[in-house]
Unconditional design. Structure first.
Length: 254
């Protein structure tokens, strides 16, 4: 993915990693469209960040995705980058269905069905572009489980394998698949995570991500240094130790 000259749509970017990445990509010379559910947040983003366009979208709603896709493409027919950023994380207790089922269904709908529906809504348009990118967003927890967030871990593992698979299928097109693999980052994904010493400062994370995109335009995965502890435990042969270390530390890991 080239670092400038793109038209980028980031649904789920009204806060946290998504918004910070949107601002940095705009500063690098990209046209950026931010999507989200709450109109008041979109209005505030438009006011605080002139030049960033906004569109209302609920990635848990297939009809909303289709409607937003039509709106984005009507206003930005040169769109060539989709970042499937929207996601939620929930603490769950799997001892009884009453304590996890509703949460698990919500997480899978948002974190797995949402990106799949987004890609379906934009893939034909992206295939027609001379140079296009789909950036998926997994997590270090796709590779090392945090015991309090089973559905989140599973959803991000699914996104990782989805990314690997569609990269193979789309190798005969101009659409590149880039997987962003965050560690725990100081956002509001879980209560208390914004002030967690375990989590990486948001500004540091996004700065490193943009630097990696700039220096590695052909990268398949964007991995900041901090996530490699989780990402490569199995390959290093210390997976059990990594799992134990993660689950003995601050629970607000992403």
């Amino acid at each position: 993915m080239r670092i400038s000259g793109n038209t980028v749509f980031i649904p789920g970017a009204t806060s946290g990693i998504g918004l910070a990445l949107a601002v940095e990509l705009r500063a690098k010379g990209n046209t950026v469209i931010v999507g989200g559910r709450r109109a008041e947040l979109l209005e505030r983003i438009a006011a605080e960040h002139p030049g960033i366009d906004t569109v209302r979208i609920d990635t848990t709603d297939a009809a909303s995705i289709d409607s937003a896709a039509k709106e984005v493409l009507a206003r930005h027919p040169d769109l060539n980058v989709l970042v499937t950023m929207a996601g939620i994380m929930r603490i769950e207790d799997w001892h009884t269905p009453e304590t996890f089922l509703a949460s698990a269904e919500s997480v899978i709908t948002t974190n797995v069905l949402g990106p799949i529906r987004l890609i379906a809504a934009f893939i034909q348009h992206l295939r027609a572009q001379p140079d296009a990118t789909i950036m998926t967003v997994s997590s270090g927890l796709a590779f090392t489980p945090l015991k309090i967030t089973p559905s989140y871990n599973a959803s991000k593992a699914a996104i990782h394998m989805l990314s690997e698979s569609i990269r193979l299928q789309l190798a005969d097109t101009n659409v590149k698949i880039v997987e962003l693999v965050p560690p725990s980052v100081r956002t509001s994904l879980l209560p208390g995570q914004e002030s967690s010493d375990f989590a990486m400062p948001l500004e540091d994370f996004v700065t490193e991500v943009v630097a990696l995109l700039e220096s590695q335009p052909d990268a398949k995965e964007i991995q900041v240094e901090r996530v490699k502890f989780l990402r490569y435990g199995e390959a290093r042969g210390d997976y059990d130790q990594v799992v134990a270390t993660l689950n003995a530390s601050d629970p607000h890991g992403k």
